[in-house]
Design a protein around this ligand. Structure first.
Ligand code: AR6
Length: 231
């Protein structure tokens, strides 16, 4: 049995089709049954204005740590455009550090349409959430709540009412959610990263000592949450 069957809302998902994963120039085939996959956005680097270089270092460090522990599971960093600065930085740093390209890839696309438009099967997606765990607000949070329908908001409320920076919460997605039906997403993991934007709550006022620690904790909680689903 596949480890992804741990979602209580999911009865059976045998015989999953093959997907194609794009790592920029090369395409490699993989099967979702063999490889539970977490797609995640770069936490805090857009609306929360966290420094790209520092964020890229942290992403690569945490990915290196967790790919070693995750068995055959995969991690995919996603952003919307080929011009994404964070994607190019992470790609370069990951290759310098010889991160296993079978276990970690970068992907350009909308995280809510990875299967339908990207041909990429990701059973778990991460959200760069706000502390209230509420829909809207823009960015990837608005996109995920819109795509998942009201099912995500109610499933989220059952798990947590709020989140403090550096933490993540795993939410099993009801099988009636459009994101489950069309994209095969069984879980959303909300993550709250450090905020450097003075117009948002809990601004760290450029304190990168605290900020880096919180971002490290955020990715550790995210990847541990994913590992708990896969286990
Ligand atoms: N698919 C993939 N990546 C996306 C998508 C998408 N549909 N939309 C945005 N990104 P942000 P933050 C990328 O601002 O900085 C929210 O309003 C984006 O290019 O969503 O952690 C929340 O409610 C960037 O690389 O998250 C919080 O209040 C990354 O996702 C606050 O913003 C994260 O950008 C969180 O700010």
């Amino acid at each position: 049995a596949s480890p992804i069957l741990d979602n209580p809302n999911l009865e059976s998902k045998e015989g999953e089709s093959q997907g194609v994963a794009f790592d920029g120039s090369h395409a490699s085939r993989f099967s979702l049954d063999d490889a539970p996959t977490l797609a995640f956005p770069s936490i805090s680097t857009s609306d929360f204005q966290f420094n790209y270089e520092k964020a890229a270092d942290i992403i690569v460090e945490k990915v290196a740590e967790f790919t070693a522990k995750l068995g055959n599971a995969r991690l995919v960093l996603v952003d919307l455009t080929h011009k994404s600065k964070i994607l190019s930085l992470v790609k370069a740093k990951a290759s310098e550090k010889h991160i296993d390209t079978q276990k970690f890839l970068t992907h350009v696309g909308d995280i809510t349409k990875l299967h339908s438009t990207g041909g990429l099967n990701c059973n778990v997606i991460a959200n760069a959430a706000n502390w209230r765990l509420k829909p809207g607000g823009g960015g990837v949070n608005a996109a995920i709540f819109n795509a998942a329908g009201p099912e995500l908001e109610s499933a989220t409320k059952e798990r947590a009412k709020s989140l403090s920076p550096g933490n993540a919460v795993v939410v099993p997605l009801p099988a009636s959610s459009p994101l489950f039906v069309t994209e095969g997403v069984t879980h959303v993991i909300h993550v709250l990263g450090p905020n450097m934007n003075p117009q948002r709550p809990n601004c760290l006022n450029n304190d990168y000592e605290k900020g880096c620690k919180i971002l490290q904790d955020a990715y550790a909680s995210l990847f541990e949450g994913f590992a708990s689903i896969v286990r």
